[in-house]
Design a protein around this ligand. Sequence first.
Ligand SMILES: Nc1ncnc2c1ncn2[C@@H]1O[C@H](COP(=O)(O)OP(=O)(O)OP(=O)(O)O)[C@@H](O)[C@H]1O
Ligand SMILES: [Mg+2]
Length: 125
Amino acid sequence: MKLVTAVVRPERVQQVKEALFQAGISGITLSRVSGHGGEQSVVEHYRGTRVMVEFRDKVEVRMAVSEPFVQAAIDAICKGARTGEVGDGKIFVQPMERVIRIRTGEEDTAALTPVTETKLSPDQP
Ligand SMILES: Nc1ncnc2c1ncn2[C@@H]1O[C@H](COP(=O)(O)OP(=O)(O)OP(=O)(O)O)[C@@H](O)[C@H]1O
Ligand SMILES: [Mg+2]
């Protein structure tokens, strides 16, 4: 199991979500974040040279996936998020030790398998 975390442009989130759903990945957490990609702009200042670091609005997309879905998640994120311009974002893949579905106590891959529609009650998101 891996935790796949991507930082993407806010305007590409819809495409990323669609690509992930098409790849069969539907357990996703989105957060608005502020990020910096490492580049620095040098600004001349009257007392010397200052280095400016600009932070930009980004969206962090996180999903815990079982091994067969790791590459599919990466491909889907790239497909949805890539414009080809600087600042398209990054994907981080981390090992994940345990996952627990609170309702049932199911663990790991069983906890990552989505509940099918028929098992959902009408008020479930
Ligand atoms: N090394 C990093 N650690 C943590 N977050 C990062 C890192 N690199 C990038 N990010 C996050 O990803 C966002 C987008 O980064 P960005 O796309 O600029 O990466 P990049 O490696 O500079 O690629 P590019 O050359 O396309 O600009 C950043 O605003 C930041 O939130
Ligand atoms: Mg960058």
